[in-house]
Write a new protein. Sequence first.
Length: 127
Amino acid sequence: MMLKLLLFLIAFTLTVPANAQPGKTKILRCFDVYEYYPDSTIKAAYHVKNGKYNDYAIEYDTTGAPAKIGIYKKGKKSGNWLYSSGAAERYKKGKTDGLITVPGCGTGKAQAKDSFRMLYEKLTGCR
């Protein structure tokens, strides 16, 4: 009986970290407000000013990977929101103004993905 309990505890301990969101501690240190998926994975991270979303925000997919980065102004999405796929979407006063295409024969998309990754590292590298 004791051996079964020990094996169960070892198996449980080895599976829990596999479900943890990479870099979650950094995200929690760098932003003010968070939304979560039901499994406690961060869905979005925001900065807040005067009770409204303001400045950079990061939205995550259901696996916890960063999916979108953009800016809020006075609680509304604004400007170009970058996608991890290399695409972008423009917002004006909280409403989408359409997707932005990336020029180039694959090189523009690769550069856009690199820009997304570098911005993500910058935003989660605080303190």
